[in-house]
Design a protein around this ligand. Structure first.
Ligand SMILES: Nc1ncnc2c1ncn2[C@@H]1O[C@H](COP(=O)(O)OP(=O)(O)OP(=O)(O)O)[C@@H](O)[C@H]1O
Ligand SMILES: [Mg+2]
Length: 322
């Protein structure tokens, strides 16, 4: 079996827009054929990173390589290998879909005799057949988004960089684009960005979570879910919260954090202790004369992980993060 090679190699990227520090040293690698989801809330730095990888913008520091070519030393080699759906695609409104795709194909160096077949393939994959002769400016937002995806595909590039590929699509189109991206797996190396969790769950093998210009977690979808599988959140309601109660809860083996809530505590338990740990939490509360009124176990899912990573100041996940 061939050893997987790094198709994309990003190292220590920083970017400042004047006084705004958008990226604080982003490093990651993507292997050939991988589908990686770049997940983060608004303003996290997703689009900035993608613009740098595609050679559309210079970083303030750090390097990015695609197929071994540095994006700024060899921009031509890099652009040849990349299909890019930008966040705000440039509008060639006065061209029809077909001629626009042919124009992009030629621009991307697709040889004359292959232009027509490549355009046909892109139209078919993105289901644009019914609007192929319409002017782009007259298309609905969703169809324009599909044209954006089609132009990224038209040169059959090794690497696809898709910035929010399902943005602006209706639910049926979202499902279609997700299944299209699943079909493209293996044929292309793909990075897609999104701030929607189900999106990465549906399409990606690996997730890179970014927040405020930093990578706060990087793992396979399964790995990230598993990491939290041993984690339990227990909500307590007590009649008499006190420092002593809090100390007693913290002393229980496996308890990672104790947060004061309205009327009680939220206790996060790590490890495999599970039910035994819950019992000990209950005993600790009773032992500290908290006046235990209610104890509720809550499951932790990927949504919680994302919110934790992107809202807490420490950005910590059990097991350590990148
Ligand atoms: N041209 C610019 N000038 C000044 N600041 C910018 C510019 N582009 C981006 N920024 C800032 O850089 C930070 C990262 O922005 P970026 O667009 O990369 O985030 P994002 O993760 O793509 O967000 P979104 O989910 O909203 O698309 C933000 O604070 C943003 O305001
Ligand atoms: Mg963006």
């Amino acid at each position: 079996m061939a050893t997987p090679v790094d198709m994309i190699e990003v190292s220590g990227l920083t970017k400042s827009y004047g006084p705004i520090h958008a990226l604080h040293g982003i490093s990651f690698r993507v292997k050939k054929g991988e589908v990686v989801g770049f997940l983060g809330p608004n303003g996290a730095g997703k689009s900035t990173t993608m613009k740098i990888i595609t050679g559309s913008m210079a970083p303030s520091g750090g390097t990015a390589k695609v197929a071994g070519f540095d994006v700024f030393e060899d921009p031509v080699e890099v652009k040849k290998r990349i299909g890019y759906l930008p966040e705000n695609p440039p509008v060639y409104g006065d061209m029809n879909v077909e001629s626009y795709l042919a124009f992009v194909a030629k621009l991307k160096g697709v040889s004359g005799e292959r232009v027509r077949s490549q355009v046909e393939k892109a139209i078919e994959k993105t289901d644009l057949g019914s609007v192929r002769r319409r002017l782009i400016q007259n298309l609905s937002k969703g169809y324009r988004q599909r044209v954006g995806i089609a132009q990224a595909l038209v040169s059959d590039p090794e690497v696809l960089i898709l910035d929010e590929p399902t943005s602006g699509l209706d639910p049926r189109q979202v499902a279609e684009v997700r299944s299209l991206i699943r079909e493209l797996r293996g044929e292309h190396t793909i990075i897609l960005s999104t701030h929607i969790l189900p999106e990465v769950q549906a399409m990606c093998e690996r997730i890179i979570i970014v927040n405020r210009g930093r990578i706060v977690a990087e793992d396979s979808l399964d790995g990230l879910t598993n990491r939290m599988a041993g984690s339990l959140e227990v909500k307590l309601k007590v009649a008499r919260p006190s420092a002593a109660v809090e100390t007693a809860l913290r002393a229980v083996a496996g308890v990672a954090t104790v947060l004061k809530t309205d009327g009680g505590y939220s206790v996060n338990i790590q490890g495999t202790g599970g039910e035994a740990a819950i019992e000990q939490v209950a005993e600790a509360a009773v032992g500290a004369r908290a006046g235990l009124l209610e104890l509720r176990k809550e499951a932790v899912d990927l949504e919680d992980i994302f919110l934790k990573l992107t809202t807490s100041e420490e950005n910590q996940v059990p097991g350590g993060v990148a």
